[in-house]
Design a protein around this ligand. Structure first.
Ligand code: GDP
Ligand code: MN
Length: 344
């Protein structure tokens, strides 16, 4: 028969022109960012406003562990007609929880450094990963909000998006939208999968019927990685892009899972990222049909790309997956997602 279409080739059915002038739904653009990153955030904001938000005017919600400067507030508000909100993260959401030992943290940081784990010993990075895993949706400012689109400084957007992506999520009963799907550094998460197995043994009731377990445990594509991660493929959605329904993070299943992981200590004694934590939870506790690839949103966070071949896209090369050394190509985990879960 016909050779298979490359993953990045878009078809008209990838675009859902649902009522663009419909009322906004309960959602916000969301960014955890430092004051010092203002100059890197502004171009990303401008691009997202240009390709999408200027048509819908969803509010922006900014979070920081220290207060935002007046300059930060002034310059971000100046690039959007939408409302901007600025919030400080409460200490009890950001700081190391009391059951974590500072000494053990220092010890483990040395080992991680020897294993060349990126950001090891940088405690703000551990705090950030924990906050993005299990804390952000508890902030009082988000209590009455359901969906969010996560945005980081320095990211790029390449394609016009003419429909309301939040309405798409709601109308199609989607929980989670991703853009880039990768393998991870197993040295940053050696005990994450073992802890997950322990959790599943204690809470078999949380496992979803139509789950994506096979994607999480594949050991054929990267057996070396799977072995170092003790049974986890390390496949995950790259969370610098996330369009998601916070009801999932607020569910009993995720609440139980996050507290188990938080108690286990790997956000500090290892360097668990919010991406593998989110991916494992989604892959186990959510129906895989509720997880959507936003193939049509051309996107870059260094060094990876999602670039469709649509006339709506400008500034990236159709099909491009990485910029830099060619070994980066093998970090793409999409083939496994489509092998086990399908194109949805
Ligand atoms: P990487 O993408 O994994 O290399 O990590 P980043 O440095 O991009 O951090 C991820 C996100 O968290 C970015 O939006 C950062 O601005 C934000 N972030 C990381 N650390 C901190 C921090 O200590 N304070 C604040 N306010 N934001 C942070
Ligand atoms: Mn980043």
């Amino acid at each position: 028969g016909e050779p298979p279409e490359p993953l990045w080739r878009h078809t008209t059915s990838d675009y859902s022109p649902d009522s663009p002038n419909s009322a906004r739904i309960n959602a916000t653009l969301l960014s955890l960012v430092r004051n010092e990153e203002l100059n890197e955030l502004i171009p990303s904001m401008k691009e997202l406003e240009a390709i999408w938000n200027s048509k819908f005017n969803y509010p922006w919600t900014f979070f920081n562990d220290v207060p935002f400067t007046e300059e930060f507030k002034r310059r971000t508000q100046a690039v959007t007609k939408a409302q901007c909100n600025y919030h400080v993260i409460p200490k009890e959401h950001w700081d190391m929880p009391p059951w974590i030992s500072k000494e053990l943290y220092e010890e483990s940081a040395k080992i991680l450094e020897e294993n060349k784990v990126q950001y090891s010993g940088k405690i703000s990075y551990n705090k950030m990963c924990r906050w993005n895993s299990g804390m952000f949706y508890r902030h009082p400012a988000l209590q009455h909000i359901q969906y969010y689109w996560r945005v980081e400084p320095k990211v790029k957007f390449f394609c016009d998006v003419d429909y309301d992506v939040f309405r798409y999520m709601q109308d199609h009963n989607k929980t989670y939208g991703w853009n880039i799907n990768l393998f991870d550094a197993p040295e940053s998460i050696p005990s994450l999968w073992p802890e997950t197995i322990k959790f599943l043994a204690a809470h078999p009731e949380h496992l979803a019927k139509n789950n994506a377990m096979k994607w999480l445990v594949d050991n054929e594509r990267r057996p070396d990685i799977n072995m170092k991660a003790h049974g986890y493929s390390t496949c995950h959605f790259w969370t610098n892009f996330e369009i998601a329904d916070m009801s999932f993070w607020r569910s009993q299943a995720y609440e139980d899972y996050f507290s188990h992981l938080d108690r286990a200590g790997g956000f500090f004694y290892e360097r668990w990222g919010d991406a593998p934590v989110h991916a494992i939870a989604l892959g186990l506790f959510e129906d895989a049909s509720k997880i959507h690839w936003f193939k049509d949103i051309g996107y870059n966070h260094v060094p990876f790309y999602n670039c469709p071949n649509s006339p709506k896209c400008h500034g990236c090369k159709a099909g491009q997956f990485y910029a830099g050394e060619s070994w980066l190509q093998r970090e793409d985990c999409r083939p496994l997602w489509f092998k086990y879960v399908g194109m949805g």
